[in-house]
Design a protein around this ligand. Structure first.
Ligand SMILES: *Cc1c(COP(=O)(O)O)cnc(C)c1O
Length: 372
């Protein structure tokens, strides 16, 4: 049996006709870049997240960058985030001219450790960007409290957490602004590239709208130096269709995670994901930890099970961020996790036969790795 790590065709197959009709109506309307499809999606997505505004942009990286920029982050500022994230989080901080400063993750949930955040604060700190890794919100109450004490903005990287909640509030609505990616493999994925910033803050929303459209506050009036990062009509139309399915799909992911938990529980040498009681995990990824990761992944591959690893090298040890001056050993929890993370296949379309197969193969591989 083959279990691909991700199956984009299976994701889109059930709504293929609906998507084609939506694309046709975008073509026929001529509203290709911005326009009424984007406005419509923005309204739907803001309502979904429970925020007053949503602003569609070109991708998730731009969402983080423009949200920070709109909130006034720039040269001379420090922005605190985590070493266990996708490079985009740091790229977006660097794009504003600010310096990323890292705070290690919590060993159970893999999201920002509030105590580490507190230690990372300096007089230059301007904002904190918690990352809702794998679909679970960071512990936002203490993070927000620390941010408030020190006058820091809170901008959520919610690129892996569409529809996740934290004590009854949705990801994206937990700070000053929330940033989403609609890259095709995310829980809410476009037919290409797209992203969004959600916020209750009128000023941030207005500024992101300007920044995404060459700094124009109205046609031919360039108020600030912006960029081109508009959402396009086809992505917006597709995303509206997919948004209507998101809660059900996240529920399916939860069912799959519970099934993996049941089948893989109690194995020495295999650390399963922890769902904190603070809220709804949406299982963008199902990441386990294994000491002999490479052998484990090879063994699964031989049985047709494709795995991923998110992320095998923490960002502070990537060559691109050498200028931060970090060294191995600086963030021990992130580094240990990076050496052990294995992402098992996780998407709504997984069948229970596939899950059983993955679990059976994983159990065997753990036994063999332990014996070796
Ligand atoms: C996907 C992702 C991004 C970037 O989104 P793009 O749409 O690819 O630019 C940022 N942060 C995290 C945590 C992500 O997973």
């Amino acid at each position: 049996m083959k279990v691909p790590f991700f199956d984009i065709k299976a994701r889109n197959a059930p709504i293929r006709d609906e998507l084609l009709r939506a694309i046709e109506s975008v073509i026929d309307s001529g509203q290709l870049a911005g326009g009424r499809f984007v406005d419509g999606f923005e309204g739907d997505f803001a309502a979904f997240c429970g925020t007053r505004h949503a602003v569609g942009v070109g991708c998730g990286t731009a969402a983080i960058w423009l949200a920070l920029e709109a909130a006034g982050v720039g040269h001379g500022d420090e922005v605190i985030t985590v070493p266990m994230t996708f490079a985009a989080t740091l790229e977006a901080i660097c794009a504003t001219g600010a310096k990323p400063v890292l705070a290690d993750i919590d060993a159970a949930t893999y999201t920002m450790d509030p105590a580490a955040l507190e230690r990372a604060i300096t007089p230059r700190s301007k904002a904190v960007v918690p990352v809702h890794l794998f679909g679970q919100c960071a512990d936002m109450d203490p993070i927000r409290e620390i941010a408030e004490q020190h006058g820091l903005l809170v901008v959520e990287d919610a690129a892996q957490a569409h529809g996740a909640d934290y004590r009854g509030k949705r990801a994206g609505s937990l700070g000053d602004a929330g940033c989403f990616s609609f890259y095709p493999s995310k829980n809410l994925g476009a037919l290409g590239e797209a992203g969004a910033v959600v916020t209750d803050d009128e000023r941030i929303a207005r500024r992101v709208r300007m920044l995404r459209d060459h700094g124009q506050s109205r046609k031919n009036h360039h108020e600030v130096i912006g960029w081109n990062s508009r959402m396009d009509g086809i992505q917006a139309a597709a995303l509206r269709i997919k948004l209507g399915r998101l809660d059900r799909e996240n529920q399916q992911r939860r069912g799959h995670a519970a099934e993996y938990d049941r089948l893989l529980g109690g194995l020495a040498g295999l650390v399963l994901p922890v769902c904190a009681d603070r809220g709804g995990h949406v299982h963008h990824l199902y990441a386990v930890r294994v000491a002999g990761r490479d052998r484990f992944v090879d063994a699964l591959g031989r049985e047709g099970v494709e795995c991923g690893s998110h992320y095998p090298v923490p960002v502070h040890l990537q060559p691109a961020f050498a200028s931060l001056g970090c060294r191995a050993g600086d963030f021990p929890v992130a580094e240990r996790c990076a050496g052990e993370f294995v992402s098992l296949p996780m998407y709504p379309e997984l069948s229970s036969d596939q899950i059983s197969h993955v679990a059976a193969v994983a159990r065997g591989a753990i036994g063999a790795c332990a014996a070796a």
